[in-house]
Design a protein around this ligand. Structure first.
Ligand code: 13P
Ligand code: SF4
Length: 305
């Protein structure tokens, strides 16, 4: 792979130095895009990096809400999203307007926004969470308060079961994880009887119930590295397998279903990263008033975990 992309990678390294840029990449990105990252991580790790970097430019290899979070946390930096149409279909399932209407129906509820939301939606929330810290975030809320959780209903149900809290879920879902069914897991287990099943909490309840472990992407990496098991069935987006195989050589990883591919995450290519560095476009910015309110929800989460 390095040979195939050698020229592009050299050009990216040159531009990265010239621009004083850092490249952040999510685990669902193409392997060659993961390889050029200064920070490769899950949504929480990437948000922390974006908040702490002293670079002038952040190139975000992920989807739009992630770049927006970087712009909220680092307003004095130029934040580039190499493919500006790379959105998250789940984040689009809740708008600020619809959330405001729901809040009016449910006064007194604490509003938790999954980080997979627009800045405008975060601005309406009391606190954000990611799949890595959702339980900690829910447990931090006053026990007497009911909770409205947007937009992932599967994650909301999982958190309600783990914490025993009353949570009203928004009817959103991740089109990648939600299509995984118990039948897929049963089929994969029949093919790999010795394998442990790890699934993401964005999966349906029927999938979560028969998994050995429910974990965010970084949680799966930790679990696989520390486990005595040699073989794993992975119920999340296929990009994570590249990282799992690098971090755990000698262990075997099988994707739970061939359909676990997020098309938006694959839109970012090395060519687009290079063009973004050369032109300092496309940029992601957030209006100051929205930014101020969204920052409160994000910082409340980051201060907790
Ligand atoms: P993390 O588990 O990395 O937070 O991400 C899940 C996801 O679907 C990001 O789009
Ligand atoms: Fe959105 Fe799901 Fe793709 Fe993540 S994997 S970006 S939640 S559609």
């Amino acid at each position: 792979m390095t040979t195939e992309f050698a020229g592009l990678i050299r050009a990216i390294q040159r531009e990265r130095r010239r621009r004083r840029a850092v490249i952040l990449s999510h685990y669902y990105q193409r392997p060659e895009v993961q390889d050029i990252a200064d920070c490769l991580g899950d949504s929480l790790e990437l948000a922390r990096w974006a908040a702490g970097t002293d670079a002038d430019v952040i190139v975000f290899c992920g989807v739009h809400f992630m770049a927006e979070s970087a712009a909220i946390l680092s307003p004095d930096k130029i934040v580039l999203l190499p493919e500006i149409t790379a959105g998250c279909p789940m984040a689009d399932m809740v708008t600020a307007e619809a959330l405001r209407a729901k809040k009016a129906e449910l006064p007194g509820y604490e509003v938790v926004a999954y980080v997979n939301t627009s800045a405008e939606v975060k601005a309406e929330a009391d606190i954000c969470c990611t799949s890595a810290n959702v339980i900690k975030v829910i447990q931090s809320l006053p026990p007497e308060k009911p909770i409205l959780f947007v937009p992932d209903a599967n994650l909301a149900r999982y958190a309600a079961r783990k914490t025993g809290r009353e949570i009203v879920p928004w009817p959103g879902y991740c089109s990648v994880h939600d299509q995984l069914r118990a039948q897929d897991i049963i089929r994969a287990k029949a093919a790999h009887p010795g394998a442990a099943v790890l699934v993401h909490p964005e999966c349906r309840e029927e999938v979560i119930e028969i998994a050995d472990e429910v974990a965010s992407t970084s949680g799966m990496l930790r679990y696989a590295a520390n486990s005595d098991r040699r073989e794993f069935i992975i119920g999340t987006e296929e990009g994570l397998l590249y990282r799992l195989r690098q971090e755990c050589p000698g262990k075997e990883f099988h994707l739970a279903s061939p359909h676990l591919v997020c098309d938006s995450m694959k839109l970012t290519t090395l060519e687009k990263v290079l063009r973004a560095l050369e032109t300092l476009e496309p940029r992601v910015t957030v209006a100051p008033d929205v930014r101020r309110r969204a920052l409160q929800a994000l910082e409340r989460m980051l201060n907790l975990t």
